[in-house]
Ligand binder design. Structure first.
Ligand code: XIL
Length: 452
């Protein structure tokens, strides 16, 4: 029988005895679900985007695109050659589909791209146009396409790839017909068509400080000085394994200091095929370096990968022998690069260990001249039990006299207790206790308890 309150009060000096902690059943810790990249990015106020192909947005591809990214860029669907393959005949099907998918998934859309030298319809590139005609074509195209999605797109890559590697203007249909002013004209037309969209100039090999990025820098500075609408600079970042420019953060910062946003718009990191674990490890480090360069500058709004899976990457067909450039392999398995992106955004893939289990804790709740009352608590976190058994060995001759809420036996120094019929279940996040009385003399040290 349990001693009465008064007899305990009379005899006891309550010991806030140290608890002995103990061990753990072989319950498998619950696997913490990895937080999607888009949630990690959103917590930092950043974009984590991907380029997509509209026809693939179902099944596993659609699941990942919707789950992991908070922004989409149509890989090809909004290019002039896609939307107006013959003059006056428009095909918006894939572009509309991607915008609808994004809206259904709470994602931004980056419109890509309005004025470029590549992927134009042949009627446009093969025509011969006066400057006035060319300007009219360009402005109408911008008004039509930007106007179609007015208020629904966060961003437009208005002008794409205007520079050569040496920083001279690229000789294109637009430059040759209209001079460098085509850029200001295009930006002005885009602003008129959708005043709420952020307007960007986008280029490649401008990630670090070099002649080309300096030409872009000088252009943006002069556009700002002239009051031409320009909100941001896109650094495409089609990079080569092991070659992230060391001046990337510095370069991003100098654009930010001009008063424009910066986005990494088309990140991929290609390698010579076949890939191997050393290359994939290097690639993860490279992805992390790019992420960190952006995250270090508050005006860097975020990063978009140019396809999230190696099965949807432009690299193998454009750079023969190279590939494996994206964060997921061809079978949609995340690569080390994926984990690196997550880590840079503050996510982790490991489960916090110490609490992810069930433990048993022994304590003495009261003690008097020859007796004591004790308690064992079995607690679970990240695991659960449907029955339990604990045991311990008394080191100073203690003898159990009774127990409640468990069935206990003592043999020599060893006590073994198992659950009663009604308290075998310990849910994840819950606990069960049982109590006992014992006798002691000399000392009453807390024993080590084993669960299981
Ligand atoms: C690429 C697409 O990914 C390919 O599918 C297409 O065949 C060629 O264009 N810079 C850009 C992108 O701005 O539009 C390009 O996209 C890759 C380089």
């Amino acid at each position: 029988m349990r001693p009465s309150r008064s007899s305990r009060a009379r005899l006891a000096a309550l010991l806030t005895a140290a608890a002995a902690l103990l061990l753990t059943l072989g319950a498998t810790p619950a696997q913490a679900a990895d937080t999607p990249l888009r949630d990690l990015a959103a917590a930092k106020g950043k974009v984590m985007g991907t380029a997509v192909t509209g026809s693939k947005l179902t099944g596993a591809y659609g699941d990942i695109a919707g789950r992991e990214f908070n922004a989409l860029t149509p890989g090809n669907a909004m290019k002039w050659g896609s939307v107006e393959p013959t003059r006056g005949n428009f095909n918006w099907a894939e572009a509309d589909q991607i915008v609808a998918f994004a809206e259904a998934h709470g994602q931004q859309v980056r419109g890509h791209t309005l004025v470029w030298h590549s992927q134009n319809p042949s009627w446009l590139t093969n025509g011969s146009w006066t400057p006035a005609e060319l300007s009219g074509l360009m402005n109408d195209h911008i008004a039509t396409e930007v106007g179609r999605y007015k208020g629904r797109l966060a961003t437009w890559d208005v002008v794409n790839e205007p520079f050569n590697e040496d920083g001279a203007y690229r000789q294109t249909l637009w430059y040759n017909g209209l001079g460098a002013d085509y850029i200001a004209q295009a930006l002005t037309a885009a602003r008129a068509a959708d005043p709420s969209a952020k307007l960007y100039i986008n280029d490649y090999n401008v990630e670090g400080v070099n002649a080309k990025s300096t030409a872009l820098y000088n252009l943006v500075r002069s556009l700002k000085e002239r009051g031409v609408p320009i909100d941001g600079v896109g650094l495409q970042a089609h990079l080569i394994l092991g070659q992230v420019p060391s001046t990337m953060q510095q370069n991003i910062q100098r654009f930010a200091d001009l008063g424009v946003d910066v986005a990494i718009t088309e990140l991929d990191i290609r390698m010579q095929l076949p890939s191997d674990s050393a290359k994939l490890t290097q690639q993860a480090a490279d992805y992390k370096a790019v992420m960190n360069a952006c995250l270090a500058v508050s005006r860097c709004v975020g990063v978009t990968v140019w396809g999230f899976t190696d099965s949807d990457s432009w690299i193998p067909s454009t750079f023969p022998g190279q590939g494996a450039a994206t964060p997921y392999d061809e079978n949609y398995a995340p690569k080390p690069a994926y984990a690196a992106i997550a880590e840079s955004l503050g996510g982790g893939t490991t489960t916090p260990p110490p609490t992810d289990a069930c433990t048993a804790t022994y304590s003495v709740t009261s003690q008097w001249n020859t007796g004591f009352t004790g308690q064992v608590r079995i607690s679970c976190s990240g695991a659960a039990l449907s029955s339990w058994k604990v045991s311990w060995a008394y080191g100073a001759g203690q003898q159990l006299t009774q127990a409640w809420n468990a069935t206990c036996t003592q043999s020599g120094a060893t006590v073994t207790c198992s659950n009663a019929s009604y308290n075998g279940t310990v849910p994840d996040g819950g606990s069960v206790t049982f109590g006992f009385n014992g006798s002691w003399s000399g000392s009453n040290p807390v024993p080590t308890v084993t669960l299981g």
